[in-house]
Ligand binder design. Structure first.
Ligand code: PAF
Length: 279
């Protein structure tokens, strides 16, 4: 497994691979790898000739400097975790390698997908995400790129950006991987104590309850019940919305198109998100 730290080297490495006609699978991450990331790597290994992983905690997508500072960074553990898998290269750039001073963010019209849900709570976040993903795609030119559906809004946004700017890259959304007790796997879980992890189960429990009662109850009833449960918990609910899975706009009555329940809640300073698809 090659470890590459410069933009020039990863670009040359990938251009050479492309010339041989091999299909490149790419898994972009911010590290603190967990089984969710490993499932993306395994899919890429299965479907592509070459698998490249990136580990880069992207400052441009953090709207709170403390959140950026506290984000878990565990490079050596990460490399150990993927050690026995046949990942071909891991790209681990520094911030200076990815961004020059005063570098502009990518200007791309997301047609409102960036203004709802996470976008309301984390202004500028998605601009930072598409800027770094566009940069990574330009360096790597992947044939397929794998993202988790836990960040459902991010996935929709990256699909939109990529379809316009990287039409030769297929963006693939992969199912959420959960702990046996239901907690969605997330790098941020590493910042929770054992008690906080148990308390955080209210997030997945709420989503499962909404799905289980989807046919029986109205959207308003489902949301009200869930919000009452959160009031009794130690987590601060930022939002719980049921949205159209395509437009991401809130829906108040059920329709035939797929919808998705999305939650963001804070356990202390740690912000957690999760979602469930409702048909
Ligand atoms: O989902 C993430 O880990 C990040 O947002 C991503 C896609 C790697 C961009 O920094």
């Amino acid at each position: 497994m090659k470890i590459i730290r410069t933009a020039l080297e990863i670009h040359q490495y990938c251009s050479n691979l492309k010339k041989t006609g091999r299909k490149i699978g790419f898994v972009p991450t911010m590290g603190a790898l967990h089984d969710g990331h490993l499932s993306l790597i395994d899919l890429s290994l299965l479907k592509c000739d070459v698998t490249i992983l990136s580990i880069f905690v992207n400052p441009a997508q953090f709207n709170e400097s403390l959140d950026f500072k506290n984000y878990p960074r565990q490079e050596s553990e990460d490399l150990l975790k993927i050690g026995h898998r046949k990942v071909d290269a891991v790209f681990i750039p520094s911030v200076d390698e990815m961004y020059s001073k005063n570098e502009p963010m990518l200007e791309f019209d997301l047609e409102g997908l960036d203004l709802v849900l996470e976008g309301k709570w984390r202004p500028g976040h998605f601009k930072g995400v598409i800027t770094v993903v566009d940069k990574l795609f330009r360096l790597i030119s992947p044939d397929k790129a794998y993202f988790g559906q836990k960040d459902f809004q991010q996935l929709c946004i990256i699909k939109k950006m990529s379809a316009a700017l990287h039409p030769n890259t297929e963006v693939i959304g992969c199912e959420i991987i959960r702990e046996p007790n239901g907690l969605a796997m997330s790098s941020r879980n590493a910042l929770l104590t054992d008690t906080e992890k148990l308390e955080a189960l209210i997030i997945s429990k709420t989503l499962f309850e909404i799905k289980d009662n989807w046919e029986k109850s109205s959207i308003q009833e489902l949301l009200n019940n869930a919000k009452r449960e959160f009031e009794k918990s130690n987590l601060q609910l930022e939002y719980l919305e049921i949205v159209d899975a395509e437009t991401l706009n809130s829906i108040y009555t059920k329709s035939n198109s797929p919808s998705i329940a999305c939650i963001a809640a804070k356990s202390g300073n740690v912000r957690l998100i999760d979602n469930i698809i409702l048909y």
